[in-house]
Design a protein around this ligand. Structure first.
Ligand code: GAP
Length: 500
């Protein structure tokens, strides 16, 4: 299974076939950029969120939680800079009516022996350089030009000079002259609040959960408990009208974020705090089953920083479709609290008892998409191998995040003594953990069905269990090893595997 496209196809098929992720509004032909999480998907997603909340909120003394509304007072987005700056550069093809993100559309002049003979354009992907080379050679051949093709320098469309817009071919038609100059497109979804549908009633679906945290800074500080440095964490939906949603749930229009705003004193060394959060996030990814070898860091060049950022490093993950952002860790300075203080007229500051001084704290923001963690886990866990001469698909998900922690099987379904004992164990385990019961088909098939959805342990009740009181067998999904344990030991064993 070397081809990464095949791997993504296989994962998308598995997601639909076994109820992890469905295209949204499937019966109406789907709705681009939206997805629905099925019975197994919602379990995996909830487990990711629960692990994050446990590790960053419950197990720490310096971070508290929040669940703000999705729609804020519209002025929030004016103060935060989103109305003005939360834009992507958009380019239209007037002929095909296709729309592209200008920074994902690449072009190059084709030069042969010092002469420009035309332009080529390609859409950003792993193979774009090879495609561009092929197109340039084809152009040279068609125009029967002699001489060496000069190396191509691909640039994105935002870098095109105005006189080049008419020369660059549309990726849809292959012909020049139909692409518009790039223009800014605001990615926030608008809605109306109340009965009037006019400009005064316009509101926005939040494009990030972060602003809900900043506008609640004073509420959280005033209600006690926190001492600088401290963080406020929030998990929730975010909405972006992405021009080009793609790569399954990687870039969608409705997704979930897990964000922390970690407030520090202005005098604190923000670079050290920033680096500490980067390392902490890398360690967390590893702890939930995303290998360090698939993670890398991308510090943003200063000239490409977002309007609020003093420094941002993305934690990148090696997805089957390329190395892409999994998480952003930004140092936002005091930008947001200052803006909201100025625009609202409410002081969002901190009183330092020791120094008897007031100041606006600075902030470090680790922000990660639940859906991207979901996809990183699935693409890491997905394997195809062979067991007892049969091909199997196996999701090697760690027990902490796996939808079901174990499946309980009576060896045979037509032996009431086996079934009764298996059902009793299933009921007992279900009080503590999400477990599955299955009595249909041969035992090998039942194992295989669970392997495919990532259930780490298969517990079988056989004749030795009931006749010799010899305990049950516990089969490990990854090593295939089977060990016997008493039912009490199974309860303790699973608890340890899931909760550590
Ligand atoms: N508050 C900062 C912020 O929102 P961001 O880099 O725009 O920063 C943070 O987003 C994270 O949210 C990303 O690293 C990614 O994991 C996730 N994310 C952003 N856009 C997404 C989309 N369209 N689909 C899925 N996840 C997305």
């Amino acid at each position: 299974m070397a081809d990464p496209t095949d791997k993504m196809e296989n994962i998308i098929n598995l997601c639909k076939r076994r109820g992890f992720v469905f295209p949204s509004s499937d019966i109406y032909g789907g709705f681009n950029g939206f997805f629905d999480y099925g019975p197994l998907g919602v379990e995996l997603k909830n487990n990711i969120k629960q692990a994050w909340w446990q590790d960053f909120v419950h197990r720490r003394d310096d971070i508290v939680g929040l669940d703000s509304s999705i729609i804020h007072h519209p002025t929030t987005w004016k103060a935060s800079g989103h109305i003005e700056n939360f834009t992507d550069p958009l380019v239209d093809c007037k002929e095909s009516k296709m729309r592209y993100r200008a920074d994902q559309l690449f072009f190059a002049p084709v030069r042969v022996a010092g002469e420009t003979i035309g332009y080529i354009s390609v859409l950003e992907d792993e193979t774009m350089s090879a495609k561009a080379e092929e197109m340039a050679n084809e152009m040279k051949r068609k125009l029967a030009k002699q001489g060496a093709l000069e190396p191509l320098t691909l640039k994105d469309y935002t870098e095109a000079k105005p006189e080049e817009h008419a020369l660059i071919p549309s990726p849809a038609t292959g012909k020049p002259g139909s692409l518009t100059p790039p223009r800014s497109f605001n990615m926030m979804f608008q809605t109306y609040v109340g009965a009037m549908q006019d400009a005064s009633a316009t509101a926005y679906l939040r494009p990030e959960t972060a602003q809900g945290i900043f506008i609640n800074f004073k509420n959280v500080v005033d209600t006690g408990r926190v001492k600088l440095p401290f963080g406020i964490a929030q998990i929730g939906k975010a909405f972006r009208n992405e021009i080009n949603p793609r790569n399954f749930i990687f870039r969608s229009r409705e997704f979930e974020q897990m964000e922390i705003e970690y407030f520090i004193a202005p005098s604190a060394d923000w670079q050290t705090a920033h680096q500490g959060w980067i390392e902490g996030c890398l360690a967390w990814f590893e702890s939930i089953g995303i290998p360090r070898a698939k993670l890398s860091l991308y510090p943003h060049p200063t000239e490409k920083l977002a309007h609020y950022s003093k420094g941002t490093t993305d934690i990148m993950f090696e997805f089957p479709f390329g190395v892409q952002e999994l998480q952003g860790v930004a140092a936002r300075g005091d930008f947001d609290l200052t803006q909201h203080s100025d625009v609202s007229g409410t002081k969002l500051d901190w009183f330092d008892e020791a120094a008897k001084a007031r100041f606006i704290p600075h902030v470090i923001e680790p922000s990660v998409g639940v859906d991207r963690v979901f996809l990183a886990l699935l693409t890491t866990a997905y394997h195809e191998d062979e067991v007892e001469g049969e091909k199997r698909i196996v999701l090697r998900l760690p027990a902490r995040v796996a939808p079901f922690k174990a499946a309980v099987f009576p060896l045979l379904k037509n032996k009431p003594a086996l079934v009764e004992r298996a059902e009793a164990l299933y009921r007992r385990l279900k009080k503590r953990l999400n477990v599955f019961y299955d009595e249909s088909g041969n035992i090998g098939r039942r194992y295989r069905r669970q392997d495919e959805i990532g259930t780490p342990f298969g517990i079988t009740i056989d004749f030795d269990t009931i006749e010799k009181d010899a305990g049950v067998t516990v089969r490990n999904r990854d090593t295939l090893e089977q060990v016997r344990m008493t039912e009490d030991e199974v309860v303790r064993f699973l608890d340890e595997q899931v909760n550590g």
